[in-house]
Design a protein. Structure first.
Length: 478
């Protein structure tokens, strides 16, 4: 078990964890949520600025995607590894170390004078995200006892993370238009410095009493496997799903994950104990989470095309339109803990998924003129509420019923699920739109978008069915 002081005990047997938020816990919550929000913003903040960055630093059009891909590769590929490292060597230590790297990499990125310098900064930002996100999430789950307090904390965390993706798109456009794309990097620095200054005084270190050996073969195979799969997915969005550049890395990645599974069955101290992965709440909770993150974040792609290529809005106006989706996710995040408390996490997952599927399907009614904007705004707002109910339900399900020393692993898995889902979604939607468009005009683009939206809604329904069949029903609390 970990050595955490009494106030930060996470509902472990015999602990005296508080039933209400103390001033210290409030400060911990603010610090951790601010960090997670900043990391979420980083995923999307450069998307609007990519053409400007390309012109400024001399990126070729073919290489422009690597500004995002280099970040996503590291953020997704190393998350599980760093989640376990946090369990073994100290969550606070990894959290603060990752924040220091994030701040330094952001300074380098903001000062970049050539493509190589910028890509290097993005790689280290991705590695920092892979370290800070699971460490921060495990600090969150171990700082709050399992039950209403943890559900409230996870609800706020999920809402702010989802809002961060939307805020990133808006903020990237505003900063690029009013100041410079370089401020998309510099904005991370004051947040990192503030958390680094305050966090050591309020967050206690969390580390195991006995430190097992790190499962190096498992760490290498799972990290390389995830890197290969994410690379293949990124290539699929550029080259098509039938290309060798997409299929070969995905095949190699799947083979490496099979090797990883075989390694985990034999080593004495596995990176991912199969007893944990075999828990239905962990395994199927993460399936539900993968679908929730894959679908809603990827829906931004066809809706961006709809706003700009069909309705003719500017990039900044299109980005601002997603503020409605962000508002829905915030509302869903605040509603989720109450829903889980009354209905249980499984029912909340199902209700959220159904709500998201219904209002995603409603987008099939979008037309080719601006009078249909109201439908997009209403459907994205209500779908955002449903998606956040599902995300918080997933976080609670996938991190419940585990010992405190396994929380880093559980949150590492949950974070990996989040990162891979976000990375997978847009290439899938992009490939569907490209393959089903019957031309380049607004009507042809709208036809491809409708197919992608229909597939998106179908994937959400698949997630609802798997949750209904395989996830155990969490006991509702009155």
């Amino acid at each position: 078990m970990t050595a955490i002081d009494t106030e930060l005990a996470a509902g472990a047997p015999g602990s005296t964890a508080p039933a209400v938020l103390t001033p210290r816990l409030r400060l911990i919550l603010v610090l951790l949520l601010a960090t997670q929000f900043t990391l979420a913003v980083d995923f999307a903040i450069l998307n609007v600025a990519l053409p400007v960055i390309g012109q400024s630093l001399g990126f070729s059009l073919a290489h422009l995607q690597w500004i995002g891909t280099s970040f996503a590769l590291c953020a997704a590929g190393f998350t599980l590894f760093f989640g376990r490292v946090a369990d073994l060597f100290g969550r606070r230590r990894l959290f603060l170390g990752g924040l220091a790297v994030l701040g330094a990499a952001s300074v380098v990125g903001g000062l970049a004078q050539n493509p190589e310098m910028l890509i290097t900064a993005r790689v280290f930002q991705g590695l920092a995200t892979a370290a800070v996100t699971p460490a921060g999430l495990s600090l969150l789950t171990t700082s709050f006892p399992e039950g209403p307090l943890r559900e409230k904390a996870l609800g706020l965390n999920g809402a702010l993370m989802s809002t961060g993706f939307t805020t990133g798109a808006i903020l990237g456009g505003v900063l690029t238009d009013l100041l410079s794309w370089r401020w998309a990097f510099f904005i991370n620095v004051p947040v990192a410095l503030a958390v680094l200054f305050i966090a050591p005084t309020v967050i206690k270190e969390s580390r195991p009493v006995e430190r097992p050996k790190l499962d190096l073969p498992g760490a290498v195979t799972v990290t390389l496997g995830l890197l290969a799969i994410v690379l293949g997915l990124a290539q699929a969005g550029e080259q098509g799903w039938g290309s060798a550049g997409a299929l070969l890395p995905i095949a190699v990645g799947l083979a490496l994950l099979l090797v990883f599974y075989a390694v985990e069955r034999k080593v004495p101290s596995p990176l991912v104990p199969l007893s944990v992965l075999g828990k239905r709440s962990v395994a199927w909770g993460n399936v539900a989470g993968l679908i929730a993150f894959l679908t809603e974040t990827s829906l931004v792609f066809p809706l961006t095309l709809y706003l700009q290529r069909v309705l003719g809005f500017s990039p900044l106006a299109a980005g601002l339109s997603f503020g409605v989706l962000g508002t829905g996710t915030v509302l869903g995040g605040t509603m989720a803990p109450k829903a889980i408390g009354r209905l249980g996490s499984k029912r909340t997952l199902i209700i959220g998924g159904v709500l998201q599927a219904v209002f995603t399907a409603a987008l099939l009614g979008l037309g080719a003129d601006r009078t249909w904007l109201w439908l997009m705004l209403v459907a994205s707002f209500l779908g955002g509420i449903g998606n956040m109910l599902a995300i918080v339900g997933f976080m609670v399900t996938a991190t419940s019923g585990l010992a405190d020393h396994e929380q880093g692993l559980a949150t590492g898995l949950a974070t990996m699920t989040q990162q891979v889902g976000i990375t997978m979604g847009t290439p899938i939607m992009s490939a569907i739109v490209t393959a089903t468009m019957a031309g380049t005009g607004a009507t042809a683009i709208l036809g491809g978008l409708r197919v992608a939206i229909g597939v998106n809604a179908g994937i959400v329904l698949l997630g609802v069915l798997t949750t209904a069949v395989f996830v155990r029903d969490g006991r509702a609390r009155s």
